[in-house]
Design a binder for this molecule. Sequence first.
Ligand SMILES: [Zn+2]
Length: 189
Amino acid sequence: MGMFDTIHLKEPLICPDCGTKVSSIQTKHFDSCMADFKIGSVLSGSPVLIGIVKETLWCNACYKAGKQPAESPVYLVIWHSLLAGVEQDLAKAEARLAAVDRLDLISWLDEAQREAGRWARSYHKLFSDVSRWHEHLTRPPEPETTGPDAERQRTFRRFFSLPDEILTAADPLAAILAANKQKGDGADD
Ligand SMILES: [Zn+2]
């Protein structure tokens, strides 16, 4: 079985045969290395720098219903190796290609930076939780503090340790994984 790349669409396409929404397209036109693309992505390995590539819309609903999906074209609009649009109508694809401008670039850049920021924050949170769990497992037991500073020191330690709901969970590592599970794309915090 060959590899492919997947294009994810915020605005789903509609199967012309059954009306089902199709929100992703698999394609072998580019590097075919299981990459995920969306509008605004650089299409690594695109043999086309500027132009329109014809792909076929695959409708799973038609396939499951035993219907051989009719040949249903999808046009990938490529502008300087960027995926600028996905259209089911060639005239619309041509219009899209002609209309790409600097505001499109700014909005794609903005989205890419937000997404990079989300991933960086997610990574640092997960790394911090796992590090604190590792410290918790390997740290020698603290001598019980007494004296006037005891409460302050305990508060200080609690501040840097994992929350109690994780430390007291039946499976703390599972609790860390659950707390750090990626929400769907577009979760903008
Ligand atoms: Zn269909």
